[in-house]
Design a protein around this ligand. Sequence first.
Ligand code: AMP
Ligand code: GLY
Length: 423
Amino acid sequence: MKKNVLVVGGGGREHAIVYSLAKSPEVGKIYCIPGNAGISRLAECHGNIKATDLDGVVAFVRSHPDIYMTVVAPDDPLAAGMVDRLEAEGFRAFGPRANAARLEASKSFAKDLMKKYGIPTAAYEVFTEYAPARDYLDNCAYPVVLKADGLALGKGVLICEDKAQAVDGLKEIMLDKAFGNAGNTVVIEEFLRGFECSALAFCDGKTIVPMTTSQDHKRALDGDKGLNTGGMGTFSPSYKVSAAMEKRIYDEVLLPTLKGLIAEGVEFKGVLYAGLMINGDDIKVLEYNARFGDPETQVILPRLATDLFEIFEACVDGTLDKINVEWTGDSAVCVVLASGGYPEKYAKGKKITFGALDDGVIVYHAGTAFDEEGNIVTSGGRVLGVTALAPTLAEARDKAYANARKITFENVHYRTDILKELV
Ligand code: AMP
Ligand code: GLY
C-alpha cells in the first residue's frame, strides 16, 4: 500500500523534496505545512499552520492517522525539537532530533566538536562575555570573522576587515543583540580564503552517504557583491572538486563528524551538510547545517536516480548501508528569481507570468501564493528557483537563464553571473 507523507516547510527546498517524493511509486498523498502555490499542485497544503509551530504540526499529525512519515526540512523546527515531539507520540519522522540539530543551531558546539575530533576548521575562540572578546580583538589577525552562536537566518556572520569594524560588529552582536539571544555567545575565527563548496550527506546515525557536490552563491549581486542572502543560485556537480577531493571530504570531514557525534552519544539521522572552504589542497569546514540546503536541494534532488522516499526510510530505520544512492549523469543549474530589494525590504503580491518552458526545466516555487482571483503572486524574498538539467554545466546554465528570462514579475532580480566563467 502507498504511504502518505507530510513535508514541513514552504520554500524552494520543500518544493524540490515534494517533487521528488511525488515520483516515488511508494508515496501516496503528500501533505505540506505550510507549502506554497507551486507545492499545492502536488500536495495538500495547510498554509494556516507555521513550520515553526510544534504544537500545530504535532496536532495535525495526530488528527491525520493516515500520515506515515513527517519530513521536517527547515532549521528552526529541527532545532526546537519537532522530531523529538513527533517521536515522543510514536510518529515516524525524518530529520535530526534537537540534540543532533545543535550541530547547526550552536556554532560553538560545532566548533568544539571539530576541535575535539580533528576535523579541519578555522582557528577560533568562543566567548560568552563581552570584555574578554573585546580584548581579543586587540591582538588578532585581520580580516577576522565574528559569528553569533545561534540560528540567525544566515545573517549572524560578520566578516570584519579591521579592528574598528570588528569592535562595532562585536557590540552589535553581544551588546545590542542584533541577532537576539543567538548573540549571547560569540565565536571569533580566522578568515579563510578559497572557494566554497556544499557537501551534503544522508545519515542514519551509523552510516553516512555523501550526496553529489554543489555550490551556492550567497551574495545578492553579481561578482559576489551585496548582502548575504539565503542563496541566489546553485550548480551541481561542483566542477572545482575532483573525485580525489570528494573522497578526502568523506574521509576527513563527513566520516569523522559522524564518528565524533557517535562518540558524544549523539545519534544524527537526516541530512548533514558541511559548508566547506577549499584552497588548493586545504579543506576546512565553515559551518554545518542539520538539513538540506536551499537552493542546493534544487540542483541535487533532480540529479538523484534513487527513490528519495526509500532513502528517507533507510535513514529513519538505520539501514542506509543497504541502499545504493545513485546520481544521473546530468548537470544542474538553479537560478533564483528574487523580489527586488531582497534580502532587505521588498514588495509582495506581484503577479507572476510564466512563459512556455523547455523540457528539462523545473520551476521550484519558494515565496509564492495565490491571490483572491487565483493568480500566482509573489509572497517572499526568494520567489522561484529555475532549475535546468543538461549533459554539461554550461548547457544547463544557458537553459536555466533562457527559461528564467521567460518568467516575469515586477522588479524581478536575479544574478546573471552564475557559471559565467565556463565557456
Ligand atoms: P556560515 O553561516 O558560517 O556558513 O557563514 C556564512 C558565510 O560567511 C559563509 O558561506 C562564508 O561565505 C562566510 N564565512 C564564514 N566563515 C568564514 C571564514 N572563517 N572565513 C571566510 N569566510 C567565512
Ligand atoms: N544555501 C545555504 C543554506 O541552505 O544554508
